[in-house]
Design a protein around this ligand. Structure first.
Ligand code: FAQ
Length: 318
């Protein structure tokens, strides 16, 4: 009984240390005591973030062999490799919370863990590669810059590093779109068509409206999120409208209008039924994306076995 009380007291002290750090904006680190809900919330978000980076390689990978020049191919290859690195970095950061990479992958394969809705849309032509870099990476940056101040140390540090690379990705996409807009009428049409197809899915990346976002309450309480889904979406729209104007692209939203009072653009309604369909597994490419991941993961089993055997051998020598 005595021991139980002492343990409880130790835990209370540790958790009040957590509250102290929260209140004083100090990072929570892997060895700190933390409420179970905080740990679970982070595992959910960080693993889904990692899965998004990795699944996000597929739509762009589709165009490596058909890039229009050697320069474009080199840049695209480097970008996709970066996304892979971001995924691995985020898996490692999530592992500090007590979940293994194989458990996270199993959750992805079973459908328990999500990945960003936007990667369930197809890349039909080269302009789509431009639209992904410009709009999808552009949206990812807005969200990730905000997450640089998230309360969990390993996640926040991962974001600082990842954002540096994402800004190159965004410029790579914008350059493709700008070049196409300087090209022939057909090229301009392709760029506009890609813009039309990727605009709304990019807005959906920020998640449901704040009023229907179940995790936002806890995310703010624990300083995991510093800005809400709608705030970040508005930030992305404001900066992207200007960039579209510069290269002559039209945002496919007739209701888009500057609101002087709010200091933001008002936009038309987002198709949340489509969003729910896509995150529920019924988007245009969901089945293909997961099937490809499973196949590649199975094909890589021998690499994991070889790495484990090598590591065991090194330990036995030491
Ligand atoms: N797609 O209550 P909330 C990238 C789910 S990285 C799918 O608002 P929360 C780089 C949400 O998980 C892109 N599911 O949730 C790149 C939850 O379901 P759950 C990824 C979504 O967590 C570029 C439910 O809806 N970035 O693109 C989506 O507070 C190019 C309720 O939602 C991150 O993951 C969605 N769009 O806010 C790579 C950033 N939105 O878990 C390759 C980190 C919501 O209960 C090529 N994550 N859901 O089953 C976050 O900031 C947050 O998790 C949000 C959602 C903002 C995504």
């Amino acid at each position: 009984m005595m021991e139980h009380n002492e343990n409880t007291a130790v835990q209370e002290v540790a958790l009040s240390a957590f509250d102290y750090k929260m209140e004083n904006d100090q990072a929570i680190e892997p060895r700190d005591e933390m409420p179970e809900g905080y740990r679970k919330h982070l595992i959910r978000q960080m693993s889904q973030h990692a899965h998004s980076e990795v699944i996000g390689m597929q739509p762009e990978g589709n165009w490596i062999t058909r890039a229009p020049s050697l320069r474009a191919k080199q840049i695209l290859l480097a970008k996709i490799q970066d996304e892979c690195g971001h995924g691995l970095y985020l898996y490692s950061a999530a592992e500090t919370l007590g979940i293994s990479r194989s458990e996270m992958i199993a959750q992805l394969h079973s459908g328990k863990a999500k990945y960003s809705s936007v990667f369930n849309y197809p890349t039909l032509n080269w302009a789509d590669v431009g639209a992904i870099g410009w709009l999808v990476d552009g949206a990812a940056i807005v969200n990730q810059v905000s997450l640089q101040r998230t309360s969990y140390g390993p996640y926040s540090r991962a974001m600082v590093r990842i954002c540096k690379e994402e800004s190159f990705h965004q410029r790579q996409g914008y350059e493709i779109m700008a070049n196409m807009m300087r090209g022939t009428a057909d090229q301009r049409e392709m760029a506009q068509d890609a813009m039309n197809r990727w605009w709304w899915p990019s807005l959906m990346m920020f998640g449901p409206h704040d009023s229907s976002s179940p995790h936002t309450g806890d995310a703010f309480k624990w300083k995991i999120k510093r800005q809400s889904n709608d705030e970040l979406r508005a930030k992305f729209i404001d900066k992207t409208v200007q960039q579209a104007e510069v290269i002559g692209l039209t945002i496919p939203d007739p209701e888009l209008k500057w609101n002087e009072e709010k200091g933001h653009y008002d936009h038309g309604p987002i198709n949340w039924a489509e969003f729910q369909r896509v995150i529920g597994g019924h988007g245009p490419c969901n089945t293909q994306r997961i099937a490809h991941h499973k196949k590649t993961h199975e094909n890589g089993a021998w690499v994991r076995a070889a790495a484990a055997a090598y590591s065991a051998k090194q330990k036995s020598i030491a």
